[in-house]
Write a protein that binds this ligand. Structure first.
Ligand SMILES: [Fe+2]
Ligand SMILES: [Fe+2]
Length: 309
């Protein structure tokens, strides 16, 4: 099989070409900024997996492994938050390496549980598609961190669930967008749109399946509309990549929809946490609504940072 060339579309990272230059401090800080958002989300993935497995004896090992990841990722998150951007290079470097190693291990667990659920070797209430969803998020996260430390691209588009799967994904930390030439920033904008449009469509779909029948119908219908709208934007992103036009319109529509989805999730979280939602509870953990809300806020931040010229 033809392997894609990881150095094609090489980014504009001239100071990384020369190993004798000083460490790339800006890239370390940009990586830390990604870790502040995503290590806690990774810890929550481990907790959702722990919660979503059937408590029969066969799943005990998966449960305990997921629990260990939750503990370790919580500790890593605490260290990340306690590390200021002014910390010495060695500390920032070490933290990034540890994060990459731990999240790569978490990816293996997610793959293992996804395969076990798909083949009915394991049982649980968390849909297998959601395990694949959190695996894609972890791959994007690690790929982004690795792009901050070298010119090498390690994640194919296929790993992120994007079209043209043989190509390497260009995703870089948000704080480094200003380094990219317009052509590469265009590709990053398209990849992030495709990735997060799919991600949020899946969030909305999962919510729609998790509201209580009849009593929470209004919430279910609104979630389904978000699913359709994000799905349409994902198709639009593919079109923009082919025609190389209307990127500005795509980003604006993404922003508008994401503000609306953020407000919907904020209101939902408020109603759940004060037990004002009809019947007082939902069939999904309240933290899931907050988790999705933070992921949509992250996407809005990406959209606001993509600027040409
Ligand atoms: Fe997530
Ligand atoms: Fe997600």
């Amino acid at each position: 099989m033809n392997q894609p060339n990881p150095f094609s579309d090489a980014p504009y990272w001239p100071h990384l070409m020369n190993p004798r230059v000083a460490p790339d401090r800006e890239a370390l800080i940009a990586a830390l900024e990604e870790m502040r958002v995503w290590t806690i989300l990774m810890a929550e993935h481990a907790k959702f997996i722990r919660l979503g497995l059937d408590p029969n004896p066969q799943q005990e090992e998966f449960f305990r492994t997921a629990d260990q990841f939750a503990i370790q990722l919580d500790m890593l998150y605490s260290r990340t938050i306690a590390t200021p951007p002014t910390a010495p290079n060695e500390i920032l470097y070490q933290l990034r390496e540890e994060t990459i190693t731990l999240v790569n291990q978490l990816i293996l667990l997610k793959e293992q549980i996804f395969n076990a659920l798909e083949s009915c070797q394991a049982l649980g209430i968390l849909p297998a598609i959601l395990i694949d969803h959190v695996r894609r998020e972890a791959d994007r996260f690690v790929g982004t961190l690795e792009r901050s430390k070298s010119n090498l691209q390690t994640r194919t588009r296929q790993r992120l669930g994007l079209k043209d799967g043989n190509r390497y994904a260009q995703t870089v930390p948000r704080l480094l967008y200003h380094r990219l030439p317009p052509e590469q920033l265009f590709t990053v904008a398209i990849e992030e749109s495709m990735f997060f449009d799919r991600t949020h469509a899946e969030h909305a779909e999962h919510l729609s399946m998790s509201f209580r029948p009849e009593v929470q119908e209004k919430y279910r219908k609104r979630a389904l509309r978000f699913k359709d709208d994000y799905h349409n934007l994902m198709l639009q992103a593919k079109e923009v990549e082919s025609t190389r036009s209307d990127l500005g319109k795509l980003l604006e529509e993404n922003k508008k929809l994401s503000f609306s989805f953020r407000d919907y999730l904020t209101k939902l979280l408020d109603e759940i946490s004060t037990c004002r939602i009809p019947t007082g509870q939902t069939n999904f953990p309240p933290l899931l609504a907050d988790h999705m809300r933070r992921e949509v806020i992250y996407f809005i931040d990406i959209l606001e940072r993509i600027r040409f010229g």
